[in-house]
Design a protein around this ligand. Structure first.
Ligand code: ADP
Ligand code: MG
Length: 339
Protein backbone atom coordinates (compact mmCIF):
# COMPACT_ATOMS: atom_id res chain seq x y z
CA UNK A 1 0.00 0.00 0.00
CA UNK A 2 1.32 3.43 -0.82
CA UNK A 3 1.30 6.09 1.85
CA UNK A 4 -0.92 9.12 1.47
CA UNK A 5 0.45 11.42 4.15
CA UNK A 6 2.73 14.25 3.06
CA UNK A 7 4.47 17.04 4.87
CA UNK A 8 3.08 20.37 3.72
CA UNK A 9 5.54 22.66 1.95
CA UNK A 10 6.65 25.59 4.15
CA UNK A 11 4.73 28.25 2.28
CA UNK A 12 1.51 26.28 2.64
CA UNK A 13 2.11 25.65 6.35
CA UNK A 14 2.85 29.34 6.81
CA UNK A 15 -0.32 30.37 5.06
CA UNK A 16 -2.37 28.08 7.27
CA UNK A 17 -0.68 29.34 10.44
CA UNK A 18 -1.28 32.88 9.22
CA UNK A 19 -5.01 32.30 9.35
CA UNK A 20 -4.73 32.02 13.10
CA UNK A 21 -2.20 34.78 13.77
CA UNK A 22 -3.48 37.38 11.32
CA UNK A 23 -7.18 38.04 11.34
CA UNK A 24 -7.11 41.66 10.22
CA UNK A 25 -4.79 44.68 9.93
CA UNK A 26 -5.00 45.15 13.69
CA UNK A 27 -3.34 41.74 14.21
CA UNK A 28 -0.36 42.94 12.15
CA UNK A 29 -0.24 46.14 14.20
CA UNK A 30 -0.20 44.15 17.44
CA UNK A 31 2.56 41.77 16.34
CA UNK A 32 4.81 44.49 14.93
CA UNK A 33 4.38 46.81 17.91
CA UNK A 34 5.12 43.98 20.32
CA UNK A 35 8.25 43.03 18.41
CA UNK A 36 9.42 46.64 18.61
CA UNK A 37 8.81 46.65 22.36
CA UNK A 38 10.68 43.36 22.72
CA UNK A 39 13.58 44.91 20.78
CA UNK A 40 13.84 47.47 23.61
CA UNK A 41 12.89 50.42 21.46
CA UNK A 42 12.37 53.76 23.21
CA UNK A 43 10.70 55.31 20.17
CA UNK A 44 8.06 53.55 18.06
CA UNK A 45 6.16 54.96 15.10
CA UNK A 46 3.02 53.36 13.74
CA UNK A 47 1.97 54.47 10.26
CA UNK A 48 -1.15 53.09 8.62
CA UNK A 49 -3.13 53.81 5.46
CA UNK A 50 -6.78 52.97 4.85
CA UNK A 51 -7.24 51.49 8.31
CA UNK A 52 -4.18 49.31 7.71
CA UNK A 53 -5.64 47.63 4.62
CA UNK A 54 -3.13 49.35 2.31
CA UNK A 55 -0.24 49.84 4.71
CA UNK A 56 0.87 48.99 8.22
CA UNK A 57 4.34 50.24 9.02
CA UNK A 58 6.15 50.13 12.35
CA UNK A 59 9.48 51.90 12.77
CA UNK A 60 11.52 51.41 15.93
CA UNK A 61 14.87 52.47 17.30
CA UNK A 62 15.46 49.14 19.00
CA UNK A 63 18.24 46.56 18.78
CA UNK A 64 17.89 45.75 15.09
CA UNK A 65 19.00 42.46 13.55
CA UNK A 66 22.20 41.04 12.10
CA UNK A 67 22.25 40.07 8.40
CA UNK A 68 21.65 36.42 9.28
CA UNK A 69 18.83 37.13 11.70
CA UNK A 70 17.23 39.53 9.24
CA UNK A 71 16.61 36.56 7.00
CA UNK A 72 15.93 33.99 9.71
CA UNK A 73 13.21 36.03 11.38
CA UNK A 74 10.81 35.12 8.56
CA UNK A 75 11.15 31.39 9.23
CA UNK A 76 8.48 29.64 11.24
CA UNK A 77 9.35 28.91 14.87
CA UNK A 78 12.34 31.25 14.55
CA UNK A 79 12.63 33.25 17.75
CA UNK A 80 15.34 34.85 19.84
CA UNK A 81 13.05 34.96 22.86
CA UNK A 82 12.96 31.42 24.20
CA UNK A 83 15.28 28.45 23.81
CA UNK A 84 13.52 25.73 25.75
CA UNK A 85 10.00 25.00 26.96
CA UNK A 86 10.86 25.97 30.54
CA UNK A 87 11.59 29.51 29.36
CA UNK A 88 7.84 29.96 28.96
CA UNK A 89 7.66 30.32 32.71
CA UNK A 90 10.21 33.08 33.02
CA UNK A 91 9.03 35.17 30.09
CA UNK A 92 9.79 38.87 29.99
CA UNK A 93 8.95 39.33 26.31
CA UNK A 94 5.69 39.75 24.43
CA UNK A 95 6.60 37.19 21.79
CA UNK A 96 7.89 33.63 22.08
CA UNK A 97 6.28 31.53 19.35
CA UNK A 98 8.32 32.82 16.44
CA UNK A 99 5.29 32.71 14.20
CA UNK A 100 4.22 36.27 13.58
CA UNK A 101 6.66 37.37 10.89
CA UNK A 102 6.49 34.04 9.03
CA UNK A 103 2.70 34.30 9.06
CA UNK A 104 2.49 37.92 7.95
CA UNK A 105 5.08 37.38 5.22
CA UNK A 106 3.01 34.47 3.91
CA UNK A 107 -0.05 36.58 3.19
CA UNK A 108 1.25 40.06 2.41
CA UNK A 109 3.95 42.09 0.71
CA UNK A 110 6.54 42.94 3.30
CA UNK A 111 9.55 45.18 3.36
CA UNK A 112 12.03 45.18 6.22
CA UNK A 113 14.92 47.48 6.99
CA UNK A 114 17.07 46.75 9.99
CA UNK A 115 20.40 47.77 11.46
CA UNK A 116 22.17 47.06 14.71
CA UNK A 117 23.81 49.94 16.52
CA UNK A 118 27.35 48.55 16.28
CA UNK A 119 27.12 47.79 12.55
CA UNK A 120 27.91 50.31 9.85
CA UNK A 121 25.39 48.97 7.36
CA UNK A 122 22.00 47.37 7.62
CA UNK A 123 19.85 44.92 5.67
CA UNK A 124 16.92 45.65 3.39
CA UNK A 125 14.69 42.70 2.54
CA UNK A 126 11.57 42.41 0.42
CA UNK A 127 9.46 39.28 0.84
CA UNK A 128 6.10 38.57 -0.81
CA UNK A 129 3.93 35.57 -0.04
CA UNK A 130 6.85 33.83 1.76
CA UNK A 131 9.15 34.35 -1.26
CA UNK A 132 12.27 36.45 -0.89
CA UNK A 133 12.21 39.06 -3.65
CA UNK A 134 15.38 40.93 -2.77
CA UNK A 135 18.00 41.37 -0.09
CA UNK A 136 20.42 44.28 -0.11
CA UNK A 137 22.95 45.96 2.08
CA UNK A 138 21.77 49.47 2.92
CA UNK A 139 22.66 52.64 4.80
CA UNK A 140 20.08 52.78 7.59
CA UNK A 141 19.47 54.29 11.00
CA UNK A 142 19.68 52.04 14.07
CA UNK A 143 16.55 49.95 14.59
CA UNK A 144 13.99 48.20 12.46
CA UNK A 145 11.20 49.15 10.10
CA UNK A 146 8.57 46.74 8.85
CA UNK A 147 6.12 47.79 6.14
CA UNK A 148 3.24 45.45 5.36
CA UNK A 149 1.24 46.07 2.19
CA UNK A 150 -1.55 44.27 0.35
CA UNK A 151 -2.63 42.15 3.29
CA UNK A 152 -4.32 38.89 2.17
CA UNK A 153 -3.33 39.56 -1.47
CA UNK A 154 -3.20 35.79 -2.01
CA UNK A 155 -6.31 34.92 0.04
CA UNK A 156 -9.15 36.84 -1.64
CA UNK A 157 -11.75 35.29 0.68
CA UNK A 158 -10.00 36.79 3.69
CA UNK A 159 -9.54 40.13 2.01
CA UNK A 160 -13.23 40.33 1.19
CA UNK A 161 -14.05 39.36 4.74
CA UNK A 162 -12.45 42.55 6.08
CA UNK A 163 -14.90 45.06 7.50
CA UNK A 164 -15.29 48.74 6.61
CA UNK A 165 -12.38 51.09 7.21
CA UNK A 166 -14.20 52.48 10.24
CA UNK A 167 -14.43 49.07 11.87
CA UNK A 168 -10.91 47.97 10.96
CA UNK A 169 -9.54 51.30 12.15
CA UNK A 170 -11.27 50.84 15.50
CA UNK A 171 -9.49 47.49 15.93
CA UNK A 172 -6.14 49.05 15.06
CA UNK A 173 -6.80 51.84 17.53
CA UNK A 174 -7.58 49.30 20.27
CA UNK A 175 -4.29 47.47 19.71
CA UNK A 176 -2.32 50.70 19.59
CA UNK A 177 -3.89 51.97 22.80
CA UNK A 178 -3.25 48.71 24.63
CA UNK A 179 0.44 48.66 23.77
CA UNK A 180 0.90 52.39 24.39
CA UNK A 181 -0.86 52.18 27.76
CA UNK A 182 1.28 49.21 28.76
CA UNK A 183 4.51 51.04 27.96
CA UNK A 184 4.52 54.68 29.09
CA UNK A 185 8.33 54.52 29.05
CA UNK A 186 8.27 54.41 25.24
CA UNK A 187 7.62 57.39 22.95
CA UNK A 188 4.84 56.43 20.52
CA UNK A 189 3.57 58.25 17.46
CA UNK A 190 0.67 57.10 15.33
CA UNK A 191 -0.27 58.35 11.84
CA UNK A 192 -3.32 57.45 9.78
CA UNK A 193 -3.51 58.53 6.12
CA UNK A 194 -0.84 61.14 6.74
CA UNK A 195 -2.30 62.78 9.82
CA UNK A 196 -0.82 62.45 13.27
CA UNK A 197 -3.31 60.95 15.72
CA UNK A 198 -1.02 60.51 18.70
CA UNK A 199 2.32 61.79 19.81
CA UNK A 200 2.88 60.40 23.30
CA UNK A 201 6.04 61.49 25.11
CA UNK A 202 7.74 59.19 27.60
CA UNK A 203 5.70 59.54 30.79
CA UNK A 204 4.33 57.93 33.92
CA UNK A 205 1.15 55.87 33.94
CA UNK A 206 -1.19 58.75 34.71
CA UNK A 207 0.14 61.02 32.01
CA UNK A 208 0.06 58.21 29.44
CA UNK A 209 -3.52 57.29 30.32
CA UNK A 210 -4.62 60.92 30.02
CA UNK A 211 -2.64 61.28 26.77
CA UNK A 212 -4.58 58.42 25.26
CA UNK A 213 -8.02 58.82 26.76
CA UNK A 214 -8.35 62.63 26.59
CA UNK A 215 -7.75 65.44 29.08
CA UNK A 216 -10.98 64.96 30.97
CA UNK A 217 -9.78 61.59 32.22
CA UNK A 218 -7.36 63.14 34.72
CA UNK A 219 -9.96 64.30 37.21
CA UNK A 220 -11.68 60.91 37.19
CA UNK A 221 -8.73 58.85 38.35
CA UNK A 222 -8.08 57.48 41.80
CA UNK A 223 -4.67 55.82 42.28
CA UNK A 224 -4.41 52.20 43.37
CA UNK A 225 -1.26 50.89 45.01
CA UNK A 226 -0.65 47.54 46.63
CA UNK A 227 2.43 45.48 47.08
CA UNK A 228 2.33 41.92 48.35
CA UNK A 229 4.52 38.88 47.89
CA UNK A 230 2.43 37.45 45.09
CA UNK A 231 1.38 40.61 43.28
CA UNK A 232 2.11 44.29 42.84
CA UNK A 233 -0.85 46.38 41.77
CA UNK A 234 -0.52 49.90 40.46
CA UNK A 235 -2.75 52.06 38.36
CA UNK A 236 -6.00 53.94 38.51
CA UNK A 237 -9.71 53.39 38.80
CA UNK A 238 -12.39 55.98 38.12
CA UNK A 239 -14.33 57.76 40.81
CA UNK A 240 -17.78 56.16 41.09
CA UNK A 241 -19.62 59.27 39.89
CA UNK A 242 -17.85 59.04 36.52
CA UNK A 243 -19.10 55.51 35.84
CA UNK A 244 -20.69 55.06 32.45
CA UNK A 245 -23.23 52.81 30.78
CA UNK A 246 -20.62 51.19 28.54
CA UNK A 247 -17.47 49.22 29.27
CA UNK A 248 -15.14 51.33 27.15
CA UNK A 249 -12.13 52.08 29.31
CA UNK A 250 -11.29 48.93 31.21
CA UNK A 251 -7.75 47.65 31.04
CA UNK A 252 -5.76 45.00 32.86
CA UNK A 253 -2.08 44.66 32.19
CA UNK A 254 -0.18 41.71 33.60
CA UNK A 255 3.59 42.03 33.42
CA UNK A 256 3.15 44.81 30.82
CA UNK A 257 0.82 42.78 28.64
CA UNK A 258 -2.83 43.70 28.03
CA UNK A 259 -5.09 40.86 29.10
CA UNK A 260 -8.80 40.16 29.43
CA UNK A 261 -10.14 38.55 32.55
CA UNK A 262 -13.77 38.23 33.46
CA UNK A 263 -12.73 37.01 36.89
CA UNK A 264 -10.54 40.00 37.73
CA UNK A 265 -13.17 42.33 36.27
CA UNK A 266 -15.55 40.84 38.76
CA UNK A 267 -13.08 41.65 41.57
CA UNK A 268 -13.06 45.30 40.49
CA UNK A 269 -16.83 45.43 40.32
CA UNK A 270 -17.02 43.89 43.79
CA UNK A 271 -14.82 46.72 45.12
CA UNK A 272 -17.38 49.22 43.85
CA UNK A 273 -20.17 47.36 45.57
CA UNK A 274 -22.94 49.81 46.42
CA UNK A 275 -21.13 52.80 44.86
CA UNK A 276 -22.37 52.54 41.28
CA UNK A 277 -25.67 53.49 39.76
CA UNK A 278 -27.53 50.57 38.20
CA UNK A 279 -25.87 49.20 35.08
CA UNK A 280 -22.97 51.67 35.24
CA UNK A 281 -19.35 50.64 34.71
CA UNK A 282 -16.21 52.23 36.11
CA UNK A 283 -13.09 52.89 34.04
CA UNK A 284 -9.92 51.20 35.21
CA UNK A 285 -6.30 50.98 34.19
CA UNK A 286 -4.69 48.35 36.37
CA UNK A 287 -1.09 47.27 36.08
CA UNK A 288 -0.37 43.97 37.78
CA UNK A 289 3.10 42.56 38.20
CA UNK A 290 3.37 38.91 39.20
CA UNK A 291 6.30 36.48 39.20
CA UNK A 292 6.44 35.09 35.62
CA UNK A 293 6.47 31.53 36.94
CA UNK A 294 3.02 32.00 38.49
CA UNK A 295 1.22 32.56 35.18
CA UNK A 296 0.75 30.65 31.94
CA UNK A 297 0.57 32.88 28.87
CA UNK A 298 0.54 30.07 26.36
CA UNK A 299 -3.14 29.19 26.58
CA UNK A 300 -4.58 31.42 23.86
CA UNK A 301 -3.32 32.32 20.35
CA UNK A 302 -3.53 36.07 20.90
CA UNK A 303 -2.11 35.78 24.44
CA UNK A 304 -4.87 38.03 25.78
CA UNK A 305 -5.99 35.38 28.20
CA UNK A 306 -3.65 33.97 30.78
CA UNK A 307 -3.85 31.46 33.57
CA UNK A 308 -2.89 32.50 37.09
CA UNK A 309 -1.68 29.99 39.69
CA UNK A 310 -3.64 31.56 42.51
CA UNK A 311 -6.54 33.43 41.02
CA UNK A 312 -8.53 33.57 44.23
CA UNK A 313 -5.78 35.28 46.19
CA UNK A 314 -5.33 37.85 43.39
CA UNK A 315 -9.06 38.47 43.38
CA UNK A 316 -9.07 39.21 47.10
CA UNK A 317 -6.03 41.49 46.94
CA UNK A 318 -7.36 43.41 43.96
CA UNK A 319 -10.77 43.89 45.47
CA UNK A 320 -9.38 45.02 48.81
CA UNK A 321 -6.84 47.44 47.35
CA UNK A 322 -9.39 49.13 45.09
CA UNK A 323 -11.92 49.33 47.90
CA UNK A 324 -9.26 50.92 50.06
CA UNK A 325 -8.36 53.48 47.36
CA UNK A 326 -11.97 54.43 46.77
CA UNK A 327 -12.46 54.83 50.51
CA UNK A 328 -9.32 56.92 50.99
CA UNK A 329 -10.25 59.16 48.14
CA UNK A 330 -13.56 59.93 49.83
CA UNK A 331 -11.84 60.91 53.07
CA UNK A 332 -8.82 62.79 51.80
CA UNK A 333 -8.64 63.65 48.10
CA UNK A 334 -5.12 65.06 48.63
CA UNK A 335 -3.79 61.51 48.45
CA UNK A 336 -4.59 61.63 44.76
CA UNK A 337 -0.96 62.28 43.82
CA UNK A 338 0.77 61.72 40.53
CA UNK A 339 3.38 59.06 40.02
P1 ADP B 1 8.56 36.15 18.28
O1 ADP B 1 8.25 37.58 18.56
O2 ADP B 1 7.56 35.22 18.87
O3 ADP B 1 9.97 35.77 18.60
P2 ADP B 1 8.30 36.96 15.50
O4 ADP B 1 7.97 36.18 14.26
O5 ADP B 1 7.39 38.06 15.87
O6 ADP B 1 8.40 35.91 16.69
O7 ADP B 1 9.77 37.52 15.36
C1 ADP B 1 10.85 36.62 15.11
C2 ADP B 1 12.18 37.17 15.60
O8 ADP B 1 12.55 38.29 14.79
C3 ADP B 1 12.14 37.72 17.02
O9 ADP B 1 12.34 36.71 17.98
C4 ADP B 1 13.28 38.73 16.98
O10 ADP B 1 14.52 38.10 17.22
C5 ADP B 1 13.26 39.25 15.55
N1 ADP B 1 12.56 40.55 15.43
C6 ADP B 1 11.29 40.74 15.04
N2 ADP B 1 10.96 42.04 15.05
C7 ADP B 1 12.06 42.72 15.47
C8 ADP B 1 12.36 44.11 15.69
N3 ADP B 1 11.46 45.05 15.49
N4 ADP B 1 13.62 44.39 16.10
C9 ADP B 1 14.55 43.44 16.31
N5 ADP B 1 14.32 42.12 16.12
C10 ADP B 1 13.09 41.76 15.70
MG1 MG C 1 6.67 38.65 17.79
Amino acid sequence: MSSIIQLLPDHVANQIAAGEVVQRPASVVKELLENAVDAKATDIKLIIKDAGKSLVQVIDNGLGMSVTDARLCFERHATSKIRQAEDLFSLCTKGFRGEALASIAAIAHMEMKTKQDQEELGTHIVIEGSKFVSQEVAVLPKGTSFAVKNLFFNIPARRNFLKSDTVEFRHVMDEFQRVALAHPNIHFTFYHNGSELYNLPIAGYRQRIVGIMSGKTNEKLVPVNEDTEIINVQGFVSKPEFAKKNRGEQFFFVNDRFIKSGYLHHAVMAAYDGLLKDGCQPSYFLYLQVPPNTIDINIHPTKTEIKFDDEQALYAILRASIKHSLGQFNVSPVLDFDR
